[in-house]
Ligand binder design. Structure first.
Ligand SMILES: Nc1ncnc2c1ncn2[C@@H]1O[C@H](COP(=O)(O)OP(=O)(O)OP(=O)(O)O)[C@@H](O)[C@H]1O
Ligand SMILES: [Mg+2]
Length: 341
């Protein structure tokens, strides 16, 4: 059976995925999945080895395959550093050839996050790592400064540093409104497939536009940001901007807020004060979408504060909700209906 060029390319591509999942059983799996001889599978594998995409080691139990990663790292002194020059002089020359849309996301995200480390961190050193495999491109930018969550906690006088993550996820948050607009992290976290910030004892992770908070993982001083994108990603940075900006004014006027960021371990969403924390700075936006993914139930006081009290006093803000389960929907309808009576 002879395969078309497209079919052969699909098999080569799949071998990369299977290498990640079944490094010691690659040949058998590909052979049975595509009904091709093991000899043919070896031909494909040899091509990928020659192209420097995968490698293998010989063990007693046979070959173990892995994707061939390349990583580059360097240190920078913030001083008069300019993030766009770092991109052009240090990253661009070592970047593999990638699609334009992926390149645009990488150059945007890298320069935004490096700019943050230069402008906001009060750091004496910045550490940069770029790593690529045939599947993904990854950037890490780490500083040894004051720490992003601590900085936001102090700025907004928050009693709990975990609230800083919620505020960051909302967007339009800046400690330096004269020179900045609070967009970098919001858009970078949505453009990359995975976006993680480690600082102090807290971690903020965003994957495919869903955000989480973890505790107790990072003890080093400063802030570390990890950005990962699939080399075949079809995301487009201007489409992401369009999603959250006003068509006429081009202003950043819409946000999507993952409600699970206020639900700390073991706590239910029941109180007015939790709702008030969620509502904080909503007035910076014209449209607020509340994402209830992962929320099992909400209490009456929480729903009432959000969907009746706040809505009535801020009719100009359009509020929507998504990913709500039946329990949550019932409670929202309950307070909306009592509003109409
Ligand atoms: N590495 C860091 N160390 C300490 N604080 C940080 C760091 N990165 C960001 N921050 C804080 O987080 C806020 C939000 O960052 P973000 O990049 O979203 O907006 P911005 O830099 O203020 O504005 P813009 O990105 O639009 O220029 C910053 O204003 C700053 O207070
Ligand atoms: Mg920024």
């Amino acid at each position: 059976m002879s395969l078309s060029k497209r079919e052969r390319e699909a098999i080569l591509d799949d071998i990369l995925d299977v290498t990640l999942m079944f490094p010691s059983n690659l040949v058998n799996i590909i052979s049975s999945k595509y009904s091709i001889s093991k000899q043919t599978v070896y031909k494909y594998i040899n091509k990928l080895v020659e192209a420097n995409k995968i490698e293998f080691s010989e063990t007693k139990k046979g070959r173990v395959y892995s994707l061939k990663d390349k990583s580059f790292s360097f240190k920078l002194k913030p001083g008069n550093l300019q993030e766009d020059l770092v991109w052009v002089e240090k990253i661009k020359p070592i970047l593999p050839s990638i699609k334009k849309n992926v390149y645009d996301i990488c150059s945007y995200g890298f320069t935004e996050i490096l700019n943050n480390a230069i402008d906001h961190a009060e750091s004496t050193e910045i550490y940069v790592l770029m790593e690529y495999s045939p599947r993904t491109l990854q950037f890490i930018i780490r500083d040894n400064g004051i720490g992003i969550f601590k900085k936001i906690q102090d700025l907004l006088n928050l009693t709990d540093p975990r609230h800083a993550i919620l505020e960051l996820a909302k967007g339009k948050l800046t400690s330096d409104p004269t020179n900045h607009s609070g967009e970098g992290i919001f858009f970078t976290s949505r453009a990359f497939d995975k976006f993680v910030i480690f600082s102090g004892d807290l971690t903020f992770a965003s994957q495919n536009s869903h955000d989480w908070l973890f505790e107790g993982t990072f003890s080093k001083k400063g802030t570390a940001v990890i950005m990962i994108i699939d080399i075949n990603s079809n995301k487009n940075i201007s489409q992401i901007f369009d999603e959250y900006t006003d068509k006429e004014t081009q202003g950043f006027n819409k946000t999507i807020i993952p409600v699970n960021l206020i639900k700390y371990e073991g706590m239910e969403l029941i109180s007015r004060s939790q709702a008030k924390r969620l509502i904080n700075r909503f007035d910076k936006f014209q449209e607020v979408v509340l994402d209830f993914k992962g929320i099992e139930v909400i209490g009456q006081a929480f729903a009432d504060e959000l969907f009746r009290v706040f809505k009535n006093s801020n009719p100009q803000i359009h509020m929507e909700f998504i990913n709500e389960n039946d329990n949550v929907k019932k409670m929202i309808n309950h307070v909306l209906n009592s509003n109409n009576n």
